[in-house]
Design a protein around this ligand. Structure first.
Ligand code: F0G
Length: 452
């Protein structure tokens, strides 16, 4: 392709093994989800070109005015940073383009002055997964795969099912039979995926099964082991910087489950720095739920590798993962950026979620681990109140309405202790008689004793 085309920012791209002692390379056209030589995760490595940063930024900005579907996608708008996929192969739902909000109530709640939410829940299927799915499903088309498959705590399956439907491919979704939010299963069914609820299995077990199945030639795996998904998720960070006028925030905070997002954000940081588009890294902080915190535990112990958690427990089902595949990259990200990794309790997640709601924003439980983590770091004096912090809200409030209703009705139980969560910001529905006087008392704050 010519100088101004897709390869504007790099000369060569290949799949590369992440194991520092192996580092074998394979062509992008091979269907691989682990290194055939050593079994380690693969990522796409680029030989980058030097370009004037202003020219690159201007090119991306100009596309905002374009009617081209690729330019209207918040992922493909930055296609120079992605692997080469011909435009006619691209499967897009105009993903990305998610808003950046200033948080007020939640900032006060967490004790910081400059808190922003990048709400990835405003994607076509309601979670950040669409950023990666558009790239990986397009690659599936390039490779001629017919069946898309994934293990999921829900959001990956919803996203994969939607993109498979757009591409006219068959989707096979495997989810744990319990602890999956209903809104997500409903999506997979509606988009036409064959949805298998695997009896008695955790996410980690289901992922193991799916990895075995993906060895079949017609099957393409869409979990975050898929290096093309990681590529798409890099654009979350690029889009954020574009929104911030390329001012790097002090701190970026994400929930951590399988740690694909953490790996993708760090990869974006590394590449943008090599390209001269940013001069420094923000701290990347990863927050896990206390019952599913293998990375936070490893960091607390000062260990160089994780010990898997055999039976992870949390009502934040999206991050109910005990054996994350991308832990190596996540550890590197923490080290290179100086970020923290910590675990927060079920009550901390639940109250933080209600605080995010009070900003008129809302999110699903896993996303709220971010604000719970920020508050905890602040309380422990590890974070200055003046830092500019961006929390990534990974999923939409309506993904898990059951959790929200239980919290506000005072019925949410701690997944670890079984005890009821008090709910500092609970706002239960109030039964009332159909009379004006009965209703009118609620017109004023005095009638609402449970409010702040
Ligand atoms: N937030 C939400 C809403 C998620 O759905 C997930 C992962 C995460 C955070 C964690 O992201 O794995 O990149 O660290 N959900 C996966 C799924 C596992 O199957 O939908 P991660």
């Amino acid at each position: 392709m010519d100088e101004d085309g897709l390869w504007f920012l790099w000369r060569e791209a290949a799949l590369e093994c992440l194991n520092a002692d192996c580092r074998r390379r394979y062509p992008l056209t091979e269907k691989l989800f682990a290194c055939p030589a050593c079994g380690e995760v693969l990522q796409i490595a680029y030989e980058l070109r030097e370009r004037a940063p202003e020219a690159v930024r201007a090119r991306w900005r100009e596309r905002r005015l374009s009617e081209d579907p690729l330019d209207q996608s918040g992922v493909w708008r930055f296609r120079e940073c992605l692997p080469p996929i011909a435009p006619e192969r691209v499967v897009t739902l105009r993903e990305g383009n998610t808003p950046l909000y200033r948080a007020r109530f939640a900032a006060q709640y967490a004790g910081v002055h400059h808190l922003f939410f990048k709400h990835l829940g405003f994607n076509p299927t309601g979670s950040f997964k669409d950023y990666g799915m558009t790239v990986a499903v397009s690659q599936a088309r390039v490779l001629g795969a017919h069946v898309l498959i994934c293990a999921s705590t829900g959001n990956t399956s919803a996203s994969m099912a939607a993109y498979a439907a757009r591409a006219g491919m068959r989707a096979l979704v495997l989810i744990p039979s319990e602890h999956v939010a209903l809104g997500k299963v409903a999506q997979a069914l509606e988009y036409g995926a064959v949805t298998l609820q695997v009896r008695g299995a955790s996410f980690d077990t289901v992922l193991h099964l799916v990895r075995e199945l993906s060895a079949r030639p017609e099957v393409y795996l869409l979990n975050s082991l898929n290096p093309f998904r990681i590529e798409g998720q890099k654009t979350i960070f690029i889009e954020l910087l574009d929104q911030l006028g390329w001012e790097v925030p002090d701190h970026l905070v994400v929930p951590g489950g399988n740690l694909g997002n953490s790996a993708a954000l760090f990869k974006a940081m590394e590449e943008l720095r090599r390209l001269g588009l940013i001069a420094r890294f923000p701290k990347l902080t990863i927050v896990q739920a206390q019952g599913a915190s293998p990375l936070a535990d490893a960091v607390a112990r000062g260990a160089k590798r994780i010990t898997p958690v055999p039976h992870p427990r949390t009502h934040a089902t999206a991050i109910r993962i005990g054996h994350p595949v991308n832990w190596r990259r996540a550890l590197q990200a923490l080290e290179a950026t100086g970020g923290f990794c910590l675990a927060v309790s079920e009550a901390e997640i639940a109250d933080a979620k209600a605080a995010i709601g009070r900003d008129g924003i809302g999110c699903e439980p896993a996303s709220a681990a971010t604000v719970a983590g920020i508050k905890k770091l602040r309380d422990e004096g590890k974070l200055a109140p003046t830092e500019t912090i961006v929390a990534l809200l990974t999923g939409h409030l309506l993904k898990d309405p059951e959790y929200t209703l239980r919290y506000h009705a005072g019925q949410l139980e701690d997944a670890l202790t079984g005890r009821r969560i008090g709910g500092r910001l609970a706002n239960p529905p109030i039964p009332v008689e159909p009379r004006l006087d009965a209703i009118a008392q609620y017109l004023y704050d005095e009638g609402l004793p449970h409010r702040r």
